[in-house]
Ligand binder design. Structure first.
Ligand code: GLY
Length: 352
């Protein structure tokens, strides 16, 4: 097992290893004052792991209740959030008790936001069960729900008490869901870890998942510790996400986040090469990795549509948008550009 300690407004450990779902009870008993836990999960994950997580908590003396909602991003909304808060109130969950998020990013984001706001804040523990949630969403304290006008528009920075990343849950993921997480793993390499890129090129993720996940989380830890509230260095994590968000929005969120991020990374890299900001050899290497991990590299949406949708993203500040631009293999730089230049970047990123 590997442990990464995150020192943010709350200090907590991220544990990465095998059979960690079964150790939750003892971990939680050591961290929490109360002995009630509410497990929050979705209809895909609950049938697989809820009983095990419940048994682990009960074995450590917790009284356990569970809230299971239908799987899917469309349920990360205000209604599910309010239903969850009412459920917690009915069950007399107190400030000494805790929520347990068992699932992928949707479950973690919703549970974290409920934990941030129920009784003005109660503890929560993240049990990510997708690669994407393990390497990104479960660490760093970004919690949110979607509004009708866009994704993650209501949320809070609120750190978990602990994150237990049980690698066994990643072994059974459908290929497309696993690939989504690989896009984020490649992103970590591109923003600051050429050694990780080499590992991804020369071996397979499955050769050493613990080392790869730990490497990603350590890099996220470094950025979160420097900039917990996302006003500077942490924005490097948005490589591929700015235009990726526009691609997701153009598809009415039918294209998954990881696939949109993969296309977004290729697009910004191609534009950076065309503008002389990145050596040409970076693009084919990145394309090779994206293909190797089963991700798409291109989009059919026209530049103008991508531009409009990208502008509605919350990464924009006034007339400036911060693009994360690859400047070498395994190195990227936060680059504020005037909004007026974004269309040119997108056109250069699309042209073959
Ligand atoms: N998902 C990017 C961040 O946590 O900042």
């Amino acid at each position: 097992m590997t442990t990464v300690t995150v020192k943010a407004s709350q200090t907590y450990e991220v544990k990465i290893g095998h059979r960690l779902l079964d150790t939750l009870g003892q971990e939680a008993a050591a961290l929490l004052k109360g002995r009630q836990a509410a497990i929050v999960s979705d209809s895909n994950v609950a049938p697989l792991y809820l009983d095990r997580v419940r048994a682990s908590l009960e074995g450590a003396g917790f009284q356990v209740c569970s809230f299971v909602f239908p799987a899917g991003e469309e349920h990360k909304n205000g209604q599910t959030y309010l239903d969850l808060l009412e459920f917690l109130a009915q069950r007399h969950i107190t400030r000494a008790d805790a929520l347990v998020a068992l699932g992928g990013g949707v479950v973690g984001d919703l549970t974290g936001f409920a934990a941030a706001t129920f009784l003005r804040g109660i503890a929560f523990v993240q049990l990510p069960t997708t690669l994407l949630a393990a390497v990104d969403a479960s660490v760093g304290g970004k919690t949110a729900i979607d509004l009708k006008n866009g994704k993650n528009l209501a949320g809070a920075f609120y750190q978990p008490k602990a994150v237990l990343c049980d690698l066994d849950t990643l072994a059974t993921l459908p290929q497309a869901v696993f690939a989504d997480g690989c896009a984020e793993v490649i992103k970590y390499g591109m923003i600051g870890d050429p050694g990780l890129l080499e590992q991804l090129e020369t071996t397979d993720f499955q050769a050493d998942p613990e080392a790869i996940v730990a490497r990603c989380i350590a890099q996220k830890r470094d950025l979160v510790e420097q900039d917990e509230f996302d006003t500077g260095a942490r924005q490097l994590l948005n490589l591929g996400h700015t235009v990726g968000h526009g691609i997701e929005a153009c598809s009415s969120y039918q294209l998954s986040h990881g696939k949109a991020v993969a296309i977004g990374m290729i697009l910004v890299t191609r534009a950076a090469v065309a503008l002389g900001k990145c050596p040409a050899e970076v693009l084919p290497r990145l394309q090779g990795l994206v293909r190797k991990y089963g991700l798409p590299e291109a989009t059919e949406y026209p530049a103008r549509d991508l531009y409009e949708k990208t502008l509605s993203d919350k990464k924009r500040a006034g007339n400036t948008i911060s693009l994360v631009v690859p400047t070498a293999w395994g190195k990227s730089q936060l680059t504020p550009i005037p909004v007026a230049e974004l269309l040119d970047w997108i056109e250069k990123g699309l042209s073959l």
